[in-house]
Design a protein around this ligand. Structure first.
Ligand SMILES: [Zn+2]
Length: 401
């Protein structure tokens, strides 16, 4: 959209409002226009290759929602699928960090998973299809993560085809988690899914009883996950955070996100020197707690050295199998009495907690929106994934035109 058409739209909206006509919300949903008969999807049909295909928009069931996609982030999982298809999903419509507007819904759809009203025009996110699994619920803090559930954007292709967020429209089936997030910006909504991963990780970390306001915390890995980790810690009042990464650009961003110190591991030769570097960054102390946010086995082996006697560790970097890591059980765990927790995905409750986190992050001025460094239209999804593989940016997003 160029500046002129933007101005025209603003003027039209203003005139309508002055006439007492459509409210801002109504004019926004009117923007979606009539629902077309077909929807484009980006179908990964071969390694490193998406085809843009068109499929008819199917009839909705009474519990289903048709959502017009506004945007979707590219996740590390998508990058793995694009490069190697480890889940054997090809052909598949990927995209699970998406959000969009309800354009149509079945007659039984009235409320979202948190009990909020739902109507056409509302902006939503969904995470998974949990059917009637009683172990996955909003209302119990101790329920399991959604690791075993079906997730939109990682579903095998079927007759519906509109199964992922890299598309113009998606069909959200009954039995899915759906949240009305109309009060969040498009960028915030795209960041919900990765942020939920960190809300969960910090909840896991808190179960050790070691993480406190004044804890010295190491965050290793400053990709989107590590950077969001710093942001979550900051919003809960942790101030003493040292970020470890091999890229100065990312470490700079870690500072903007609120890290008090940074260590570039490339400036330290060997694990002893690196440990000294971390200690120096804390003014001569080892960390009370560490978050391991990389998928590198060596990084896992290293991180124990940064932690003090009686400290804690949350390992969340291995979303998929990244191979074995070597540690010394005596020195790394027993002698130091380190409490370790693992973290993977999130619970449904964490997902909803994330909406408030995003508001708090904005409230204390964290530059969350800067995490989205590149935006591409759906038609350029192959280029978007190639940019992602080059690791030049942070979060790459598809923003529908
Ligand atoms: Zn993801």
């Amino acid at each position: 959209m160029n500046i002129n058409s933007q101005n025209v739209e603003q003027i039209v909206r203003q005139v309508l409002q002055e006439m007492g006509g459509a409210s801002a919300g109504e004019s926004k949903s009117a923007k979606s226009g009539p629902i077309p008969e077909k929807s484009r999807v980006a179908m990964l049909t071969a390694l490193e290759h998406y085809d843009i295909k068109e499929y008819p928009i199917p009839q909705l069931g009474d519990d289903d929602i048709l959502v017009k996609v506004e945007g979707c982030g590219i996740c590390g999982t998508d990058a793995h699928e694009f490069k190697r298809d480890p889940f054997g999903l090809i052909p598949v419509v990927l995209g699970h960090e998406g959000t969009g507007e309800i354009v149509k819904m079945g007659k039984n759809v009235k409320k979202d998973s948190a009990g909020k009203d739902l109507k056409v025009g509302d902006k939503i996110v969904t995470s998974c299809i949990f059917y009637d699994n009683p172990e996955i619920t909003m209302y119990d803090l101790n329920k399991q993560n959604i690791g075993g559930a079906d997730v939109y954007g990682l579903l095998p292709d079927d007759d519906t085809h509109l199964n992922g967020w890299f598309a113009d429209y998606m069909v959200v089936r009954g039995g899915s988690s759906v949240f009305n997030v109309s009060d969040l910006s498009l960028e915030d909504r795209i960041l919900i899914e990765p942020c939920a991963v960190l809300i969960h990780a910090v909840e896991r970390a808190k179960t050790t009883g070691i993480l406190r306001f004044n804890s010295r915390v190491v965050v290793q890995g400053c990709g989107p996950i590590g950077l969001i980790c710093i942001a979550v810690l900051r919003t809960m009042g942790v101030e003493n955070i040292v970020a470890v990464d091999g890229e100065d650009k990312r470490l700079q961003f870690a500072k903007e996100m609120g890290a008090s110190g940074t260590v570039n591991f490339k400036n330290h030769n060997g694990i002893e020197a690196l440990t000294e570097g971390v200690k120096d960054a804390f003014g001569g102390y080892l960390a009370d707690f560490a978050f391991q946010c990389t998928g590198s086995p060596i990084a896992h082996s290293n991180i124990y050295k940064f932690i003090r006697l009686g400290g804690g560790l949350c390992e969340l970097g291995f979303f998929i199998n990244g191979g074995d890591a070597t540690i010394n059980p005596h020195f790394d765990i027993c002698a130091k009495e380190i409490t370790t927790v693992g973290s993977w995905v999130y619970t449904l409750r964490d997902y909803a907690t994330t909406f408030d986190f995003l508001k708090r992050a904005k409230g204390i001025g964290l530059p969350m929106h800067k995490l989205i460094t590149h935006k591409y239209p759906l038609s350029q999804i192959n280029e978007a994934h190639q940019t992602n593989l080059k690791m030049e940016g942070l979060k790459i997003a598809i923003i529908n035109e």
